[in-house]
Design a protein around this ligand. Sequence first.
Ligand code: AG3
Length: 281
Amino acid sequence: MSLRFTEEYPEINGAFSFEVTRVLYTARSPFQKIEIVETTHLGKVLLLDDLVMFTEKDEFVYHEMISHVPLFVHPEPKRILVVGGGDGGTVRECLRHDTVERIDLVEIDEMVSQACIQYVPSLAGKLLSDKVNCRFLDAVEYVRKTSETYDVILIDSTDPVSVGEGLFTREFYRNCFNCLTDHGVLVAQSESPAWAPELVQSISRKLRAVFPNVHFYQAHIPTYPSGHWAFAFASKTLHPLKDYQEERYRNAGLSFKYYNSDLHFGAFALPTFFRELVDAV
Ligand code: AG3
């Protein structure tokens, strides 16, 4: 009999299920249940409290889109703050930009990073880079107190339940705004417009209360609920399309599996229901 993992999708009273060949790691940290499993078709998968955080099969979509969209809009992203993102996928993508001098990763759960460094080096290996400074503490507290400033802040959080909850509040967005440099940009992973429309709308409302410019974009992530995923781009001055650094993209000579310059523009073209959702605030 084969072993399976099932993520419950309460939004639709349904579920997503796949075959597991081996449990590589399982632990209960002070914050959550952490598991890394090997699967037949999705590579290694990180589960936090029984929710899929990434699969090796499609993590490139999420990590490229949360990183390269803002990093190819900011004219010279040097200092980056990654909130959450303990698996290292976002850090890995940010480090591909020559302009990046330093990344602070503020992750609440050190055990997530340790486990990913040991079992999924394809994502977490770059956490050990000299340019990366990992701080294992609560980002809610961190942005309230720090005097550091950042060109780009990436909110690579879990869903807004338990440890993730504080990362979806207006107060948190306000404190992030205060940590940004003059042309600073924030991108927040923003859940599924298909299955969690109220949540996406509330993210829009809260960000718009703080930032003068807020634009949503989307990506196709097959192993997240509904496969239709939203990101919020919020900035002090920069426009995600008008300020696109096309030349830097061309000269960077980087190859991506999902991101490209057509898609940079295409991702901001939203289906009507999604546009109405985020504009109606
Ligand atoms: N953070 C977003 C995961 C959300 C998935 N939700 C779910 N499966 N219900 C991913 C972190 C990857 N660095």
